[in-house]
Ligand binder design. Structure first.
Ligand code: GLC
Length: 550
């Protein structure tokens, strides 16, 4: 059994980490937004679930132009979510329950409300205050054109003009000006932020858009138009490391510097990179002298297909071995369509069009979605390495695809001229109880409306109910703790087409049926199934995973 106790410096290598999206988890004060006291009050849900840690998306002061990823002060708590004392109380309670705490660091950009940006606006063109950001004069006879053709990930130009004529760079929303990481003061301030939270007892960090910090700002700035793609797509059109702003080699100096800070604590603080870059390049962020882990988004984006998944799993484990990282799996987060809906959309579905159709074209069979999601989760939890869960997936929540346009908050909606609905459908507040104004999320209505179907998914409806998704997660996490040993797996040489079949140490075996037909299970005691098995537990139906013992 692997030691995940608090003193083990390697606790993170095979940890299961639960992502809390603070505004949508639990609302203690009744203003409709989730808050820190709400989280503290519900931490026993996480200890009963059996996860090792929670990761909190940003809870810092923010005008919520991008759900809190627009940070106005990196070393404080948004007053609507609580205070630093509430934060300390939450960490203390988490630690008392044996849960580690990971916080989100957003180093690529600040909020436009951050004092630095406000100072830069006042100080004017050419001022040192503007050097912390990326300000440039425009092109054209009167500077009326943006300095380059760089595109925002959320749609439209990545440049916005200010009153005095200068333009500033924002790879995301205009309310999120990009920092210039060539500026020593910027670097020093983030070191301070990492120490600030580490000193408060935080156990690790999730690094937002880790692949964007280093930019080629040598003059003249280069257009990317000739790459034939814009936004993050353009990254795939250039030799590795040579894009003007994604995934540049210099970015790694920053993380090597941070590693020294992490290692100054006992146990060392952990980190995980959010870097949407291809596998071999992603591995660089996870090197032992950098962040240690990087989410495997290729796995999240993979089709429900045995060959594709086998290849991805094999590659990820091989890559992790070369860097000393641990493999890092994820199926859902606050930026993507929940996997209970996504995995049953026909391959090649245009996800933006699906959301625009309110989730009706194509229609999704919700029960089939939950069945497949449960199978996918049991597969993920059997893999060597660390798994990240997203709040609500333990309930089998589907995407709330039919949110009315009037309630949408994601900046993507406005910035794309209403052609992409964005990510609100996975951010709808959690249902805790089967009734009540917001199904137990809080005493009043929630900031985003919950579909009526959420009542049936509520924690109250599932806790203690045999066969529920929540009880499946609890059972899986309990077993996993007992069975974990080593970080390798062995594929069965004779698995039929459409079947994934592998063994971990200690005789723990995982078999997944991704084909359309039932298959006979190999011999062994069935420890857990993601759904009912057939013929007295000897046959594995389609879209089902079983864990076997020896
Ligand atoms: C990351 C976050 C996402 C946010 C973006 C800009 O991708 O996960 O929610 O919008 O960064 O900060």
């Amino acid at each position: 059994m692997t030691d995940i106790s608090s003193r083990n410096p390697d606790w993170w290598r095979q940890a299961v980490i639960y992502q809390v999206y603070p505004r949508s988890f639990a609302d203690a004060d009744g203003d409709g937004l989730g808050d820190l006291k709400g989280i503290t009050g519900r931490l026993t849900h996480l200890s009963a679930l059996g996860v090792d840690a929670l990761w909190l998306s940003p809870f810092y002061p923010s005008e919520l132009a991008d759900g809190g990823y627009d940070v106005a002060d990196y070393r404080d708590v948004d007053s609507r979510l609580g205070t630093l004392d509430d934060f300390d109380a939450m960490v203390a309670e988490a630690h008392r329950l044996g849960l580690k705490v990971i916080v989100d660091i957003v180093p690529n950009h600040t909020s436009h409300q951050h004092p630095w940006f406000q100072e830069a606006l006042r100080a004017g063109p050419g001022s040192p205050a503007r050097d912390r950001y990326v300000f440039r004069p425009g092109r054209g006879a009167h500077g009326e054109l943006p300095p380059t053709d760089w595109q925002s990930v959320f749609g439209g130009s990545a440049w916005r003009r200010v009153a005095d004529g200068d333009w500033y760079l924002h790879l995301f929303a205009p309310e999120q000006p990009d920092l210039d990481w060539g500026d020593e003061e910027v670097r020093a301030d983030f070191r301070r932020t990492l120490r600030f939270w580490s000193d408060r007892g935080v156990d690790g960090f999730r690094i937002d858009v880790a692949h964007a910090l280093a930019k080629d700002l040598t003059e003249p700035l280069r257009d990317i138009g000739d790459l034939g793609a814009t936004g993050e797509e353009s990254l795939h059109r250039v030799p590795p490391g040579s894009h003007p702003y994604w995934d540049r080699d210099e970015v790694h100096e920053i993380y090597r510097d941070w590693r020294k800070i992490f290692d100054a604590y006992t146990p060392p603080r952990t980190a995980v990179a959010e870097a949407w870059v291809p596998g071999a390049r992603r591995a660089l962020y996870a090197r032992a002298d950098e962040l240690g882990q990087a989410f495997n988004f290729e796995y999240l984006e993979a089709r429900w297909d045995a060959d594709a998944l086998r290849r991805l799993i094999t590659d990820e484990l091989a890559t992790a071995r070369t860097t000393g990282a641990s493999a890092t799996w994820v199926l859902s987060n606050h930026d993507v369509i929940r996997h209970a809906s996504r995995l049953v959309l026909p391959p090649g579905t245009d996800l933006d069009a699906w959301l625009l159709s309110g989730g009706r074209a194509p229609a999704v069979d919700e029960a089939a979605g939950v069945r497949r999601a449960r199978a996918a989760t049991l597969l993920m939890l059997a893999l060597p390495g660390s798994s990240y869960l997203y709040q609500g997936e333990e309930l089998g929540l589907p995407e709330a695809a039919d949110l009315p346009e009037a309630v949408l908050q994601d900046p993507v909606w406005e910035q794309t001229g209403h052609t992409r609905k964005g990510r609100d459908g996975c951010r709808v507040p959690l249902p805790w109880t089967v009734s009540g104004p917001s199904y137990g999320f809080g005493p009043g209505a929630a900031w985003l409306p919950q579909p009526a179907s959420f009542a049936g998914y509520a924690v109250e409806a599932q806790a203690g109910t045999a066969g529920s998704t929540l009880e499946l997660y609890r059972a899986a996490l309990r077993l996993r703790r007992k069975l974990l040993e080593g970080e390798t797996l062995t594929w069965a040489p004779d698995a039929p087409p459409g079947i994934l079949d592998f063994a971990r140490a200690e005789g723990w075996r995982c078999v997944v049926n991704l084909s359309d037909d039932p298959v006979r299970l190999p011999p062994g005691e069935v420890l857990l199934g993601s759904g009912p098995l057939a013929e007295n537990g000897t046959v594995l139906p389609p879209d089902t995973t079983a864990w076997l013992g020896s």
